[in-house]
Design a binder for this molecule. Structure first.
Ligand code: NOJ
Length: 602
């Protein structure tokens, strides 16, 4: 009865707003509608929004974007419809797409680019990459970038996030060992072409491509010598591109680089201790992830110092930050104080590991206690500098995970994962069941709100850019073009996150400045190869890498086209007024496949 009344009430509100076309008068979902706090509040930690219920065990079911279904065929929309409008966002808000150099460029040979650790990883350990894929050709962005900029125009986006391949400009990692002029020209041309098309470039300096020469010389980021080499690379980029590029990030998802690369060994350089599940030729999961993080943070600091000294960057009004990934964590059983505690721990271990040093100058207290002498320390001088080293926080948000303490851990097997001690998975104890993407990420737009507000409250209300958000699907290249481009689930996924962002800005004054969708087009998804796809454009690997706009891309272009007024955002029923986009149980992750599972990156 209450539900019917609420639905009717929202229906009337919706109608009123359609008639008035007034952004402020439109019905806006309340926190509860969006599932920010689900179920009874136990008073344990409601500001983190990690109180949920009721709890009914259900089998894990995982889904991917549905193909071949039109909106009108849905017929099962439950709960309110919310409306989003581009005018709900500030005028200077950036709506863009994102890629990274290694995943799209190709042109490994014949372009003067030096080798990276990922080249070695894909070629030396093909068994660690789905189907043995490599990125030698990528999706040929290197030669097709002008046409790809036309795609960005077609989407009506005004921002593009990409990374600079360190070894494309400095093949051996440092200026004194030579500059690749062709590589510098490529990025200059790319930047100029973007600006000519009124698309703002946003550059990430390090998106996991460590120069192979430096890896051979001293082991890359595991050694502190990397800091001065990174400083030199950053300075080189600021000097060459800083007159035109305003938005810079030093590192992309440094936590994944440390954990997946040096604790679990599933991403390059593929290092881990012998007790880890994967067979790594060498490594030390107890110390290396912490050293690698420490050196990334000090490298960030070195780059920021250079950025502040770069006159043309300052004159150009440039800003510099870092791109951190964080999931939202919910306790598997909200009535278990341990599960609640481990949700909080997971957030500290993933986001706090970087954002605490970069805001307060020290690692999270919980990590100092657990990791103890294995956790490096900052000097007082470094701490002071770190506190001033961010102009903005870049956030990659894909979804949520559930937490419970790990059982059966062997206390002699020290690693990042065992220090955290949490089992992080999509397995959940409540009903209705929250759905997951094909990689096993729980689709939870409300988690974005929780995270934004957590960052606002806990980290001094910084400017924030969502540097990645998007939805994966598995496609071996066996779908028809119509199936491959009709990505209803992704469309609703993106809409629902845009809805959350608008609400965060309007109702909570979150200082959100931009939103970049991962990704412009399908590309090399690291150890998951090309079969895991994220693109607003489908790439046909059977037909000369031809790009085809998906329905998500079409929707985005309509949304961003100011002539369009209203866009309805449907949420699937969850407690009769749910917050997950409607999806269909058509594609399944193999939960035992460590390559595919996203939780195994944490
Ligand atoms: C994280 C990374 O930054 C990006 O390289 C990756 O492709 C996407 N998220 C999707 O997994």
């Amino acid at each position: 009865m209450a539900t019917t009344t609420l639905t009717l009430f929202l229906g009337v509100l919706a109608l009123t707003s359609i008639l008035s076309f007034n952004a402020e008068a439109r019905p806006q979902p309340s926190d509860e509608d969006l599932g920010i706090v689900i179920g009874p509040n136990t008073g344990l930690d409601d500001d983190l929004g990690i109180v949920i219920g009721p709890h009914v065990s259900e089998d894990l079911d995982m889904v991917g974007p549905h193909t071949n279904l039109e909106d009108e065929e849905l017929g099962t929309i439950i709960g309110p419809e919310f409306e989003i409008h581009k005018h709900d966002f500030p005028k200077d808000f950036i709506f863009g797409t994102a890629v990274s150099a290694f995943q799209v460029e190709g042109a490994k040979k014949g372009s003067g680019r030096g080798l990276t650790r990922w080249d070695e990883f894909t070629h030396m350990f093909p068994d660690k990459v789905e189907r043995g894929d490599d990125a030698d050709i990528g999706v040929d962005f290197y030669t097709r970038y002008k046409d790809d900029i036309k795609l960005m125009k077609e989407l009506k986006t005004n921002g593009f996030r990409f990374s600079i391949s360190w070894t494309r400009v400095l093949p051996n990692g440092s200026v004194r060992k030579g500059v690749n002029k062709e590589g510098v020209k490529f990025y200059n041309d790319l930047i100029d072409e973007l600006i000519a098309n009124e698309i703002q470039p946003s550059i990430t300096l390090f998106h996991w491509e460590s120069p192979f020469a430096l890896e051979m010389e001293y082991g890359g980021f595991v050694d502190e010598r990397i800091v001065e080499d990174f400083r030199e690379f950053a300075k080189f980029c600021f000097e060459n591109f800083g007159d035109r590029v305003k938005n810079w990030a030093t590192f992309n998802e440094p936590s994944v680089y440390s954990v997946a690369g040096y604790s679990k060994g599933k991403k390059a350089p593929g290092r881990c201790s012998p007790f880890e599940v994967l067979n790594c030729p060498s490594g030390d999961s107890s110390e290396e992830p912490y050293k690698v993080t420490h050196n990334q943070i000090l490298s960030h600091l070195a780059a920021v110092e250079e950025f502040r000294k770069c006159v043309k960057c300052q004159e150009n009004g440039g800003k510099i930050g870092i791109v951190l990934v964080s999931h939202w964590y919910e306790p598997k059983d909200p009535n278990s104080s341990k599960d609640v505690e481990y949700a909080r721990r997971a957030l500290e271990y993933q986001l706090g590991w970087f954002l605490r040093p970069l805001t307060y100058g020290h690692y999270p207290a919980v990590m100092q206690k657990d990791v103890n002498i294995r956790l490096p320390e900052f000097t007082e001088e470094e701490s002071e500098k770190l506190k001033k080293s961010l102009d903005f926080v870049g956030l990659n948000y894909y979804g949520a995970f559930f937490t419970t303490p790990l059982t059966n851990t062997n206390s002699s097997e020290l690693s990042y994962t065992n220090d955290l001690g949490a089992k992080i998975s999509p397995e959940q104890n409540h009903s209705p069941h929250l759905k997951t993407t094909s990689m096993g990420i729980v689709i939870y737009p409300a988690g974005l709100m929780n995270l934004l507000r957590h960052i606002q409250d806990e980290y001094k209300n910084p400017e924030i850019y969502i540097m990645e958000n998007g939805m994966d699907e598995i496609d071996n290249g066996t779908k028809t073009l119509a199936e491959a481009t009709n990505d209803y689930g992704r469309k609703e996924f993106i809409k629902s996150h845009i809805l959350i962002m608008g609400k965060a800005i309007r109702l909570h004054n979150v200082r959100l400045k931009g939103y970049f969708i991962w990704s412009l087009m399908d590309n090399f998804e690291w150890e998951r190869g090309y079969k895991m796809r994220f693109g607003l454009y489908y790439v046909d690997f059977n037909d000369n890498l031809k790009r085809h706009m998906r329905s998500s891309g079409k929707w985005l272009s309509e949304f961003l086209d100011s002539k369009e007024s209203l866009h309805k955002c449907y949420f699937e029923g969850h407690r009769e007024k749910g917050y997950a986009p409607k999806l269909f149980d058509t594609e399944y992750l193999d939960p035992d496949n460590w390559r595919l599972s996203y939780a195994s990156d944490i």
